[in-house]
Design a protein around this ligand. Structure first.
Ligand code: HEM
Length: 368
């Protein structure tokens, strides 16, 4: 405890020491540098802090349901809503009991209706058009229109704050390595409490790398996955040129190679796309896939192979049913079907009696 007080005092002194020095020496004419008041996060309920003059601020409470200098006074509807809203403990109790009730919901049409409602309500929480990104802590055209940025729902901490958290916490963020070791490093095997396994981790990794693609060239606030969603860019490439290299241009199919009688992604010599492999791997041994880093891990290669097989399987069925369709129509339709499958297998969540939402499927195309 004593140490905490001491370290808080030390970090306070480190921030303000330089500014206080002339004052302590009796030079009262030098004024303290004004800390940006927005660093104190005075605006409540997601009101947006705007700096006014040197030391002033205003809170923009638009659509927060609150008003007042710090967005703390509830409007009439907010007051009513807060009055009627059940507590988190109540939700928790209902969601973790009455199994028979949840079984009925999960086995009837109510499940889909309820999930549609939950997802729509949640989707509405996301501001559209997008508001902030990591470079603009205020409403801007860039944040709205420049889709190569990752968007943000909350503004970033202003640049000129005394600490990375604004005014609270230490002046420096803790070492990432240390955090990872403290929280994640295991010394003995512990089975996952929900019985999942490495396949699920690889599924998640494979899935998320279609929309989380931080751009090395433009900077860490930027994404290369301009589709911004489940577009299966990790199967078809994140741009048209890459897609064309990966396509067979026959029957809507993707290029492939057969090894020991089984279908795999083509080699980079057959589909010349940029892939990240260790330098020792020759081009003819590199597999060409939609996502350039998938060659680095066997689990990612495996899922890429399953989806490739699935795309070509769907093309075969479509071609049988629609013999008049062109390669382009077969390809585009198969892609739409696979996007649907991708979303479905990622897990249309269902309400449970365990109080959370679990994916309905985690095995990817293998479940088809
Ligand atoms: C064998 C296991 C894994 C390895 C070796 C690995 C390695 C990496 C590396 C080196 C990065 C880049 C970090 C950087 O740019 O600073 C990264 C990023 C990332 N990883 Fe993993 N990872 C693994 C498992 C996972 C899993 C299971 C997920 C599940 C969701 C995942 C999701 C991500 C995401 C979303 C990013 C950010 C990608 C981006 O924005 O470009 N990773 N990983």
């Amino acid at each position: 405890m004593l140490w905490q007080h001491l370290s808080a005092f030390l970090s306070f002194s480190a921030v303000f020491g330089a500014a206080l020095a002339p004052w302590m020496a009796g030079d009262l004419s030098v004024s303290l540098p004004a800390v940006n008041p927005c660093c104190y996060y005075p605006c409540q309920h997601q009101g947006v802090c705007v700096r006014v003059g040197l030391e002033g601020y205003e809170c923009d409470c638009t659509r927060t349901g609150y008003f007042g200098a710090n967005c703390t006074s509830p409007e009439l509807w907010t007051r009513l809503y807060n009055l009627l809203k059940p507590s988190p403990a109540f939700y928790h109790f209902v969601l973790t009991h009455f199994r028979w009730f949840w079984d009925i919901i999960n086995s009837t049409f109510i499940r889909d209706t309820l999930m549609r409602l939950v997802l729509t309500v949640r989707a509405n929480l996301i501001p559209s058009p997008p508001t902030f990104n990591s470079n603009y802590g205020y409403i801007s055209w860039e944040a709205y229109a420049n889709v190569s940025y990752y968007t943000r729902i909350l503004p970033p901490v202003p640049d000129d704050c005394p600490t990375p958290m604004g005014t609270k916490g230490k002046r420096q963020l803790p070492d990432a390595q240390l955090l990872a070791e403290r929280f994640l490093l295991r010394h003995k095997f512990e089975a996952d409490p929900r019985g999942t396994n490495l396949m699920f981790a690889f599924f998640a990794q494979h899935f998320t790398h279609q929309f989380f693609k931080t751009s090395g060239k433009m900077g860490r606030g930027f994404t290369k996955a301009l589709g911004h969603g489940v577009d299966l860019g990790h199967l078809y490439g994140d741009n048209l040129q890459r897609q064309h290299q990966l396509r067979l241009f026959r029957d809507g199919k993707l290029k492939f190679q057969v090894v020991d009688g089984e279908v795999y992604p083509p080699s980079v010599t057959e589909a010349p796309v940029h892939m990240v492999y260790p330098p020792a791997v020759p081009k003819e041994k590199q597999l060409a896939m939609g996502q350039e880093v998938f060659g680095l891990l066997p689990g990612l290669c495996m899922y890429a192979t399953l989806w490739l097989r699935e795309h070509n399987r769907v093309c075969d069925i479509l071609k049988r049913e629609h013999p008049t369709w062109s390669d382009e129509q077969l390809f585009q339709t198969a892609r739409l079907i696979l996007i649907g499958e991708g979303r479905r297998h990622r897990g249309s969540p269902r309400p449970t009696s365990h109080g959370d939402l679990v994916p309905s499927g985690s095995a990817g195309p293998a479940r088809l």
